[in-house]
Ligand binder design. Structure first.
Ligand SMILES: [Zn+2]
Length: 77
């Protein structure tokens, strides 16, 4: 993304945000897990900047993430 984003348009951001937050969370989780060589831990929640707990299944690699800080945040759907 080389271009600078102008003022955000309401509605579009609202639709995009949940996906973007989930993607950001997954990337952060994978980076943390790799760096610290562990299958569970916490990263910064991209949505509320709180604490997002995660665990990665050792047999199918599925990522489970849940925000520990804010009720109704990521992983509470
Ligand atoms: Zn959160």
């Amino acid at each position: 993304m080389a271009t600078t984003k102008g003022p955000t348009i309401g509605g579009v951001e609202d639709i995009m945000d949940p996906m973007a937050d989930a993607m950001t969370a997954i990337k952060a989780i994978l980076a943390d897990a790799k760096e610290k060589d562990r299958k569970q831990g916490t990263v910064v929640c991209p949505k509320c900047k709180g604490e997002l707990g995660y665990s990665i299944s050792s047999y199918n690699g599925h990522i489970h993430g849940r925000c520990n800080t804010t009720r109704g945040c990521l992983g509470h759907g």
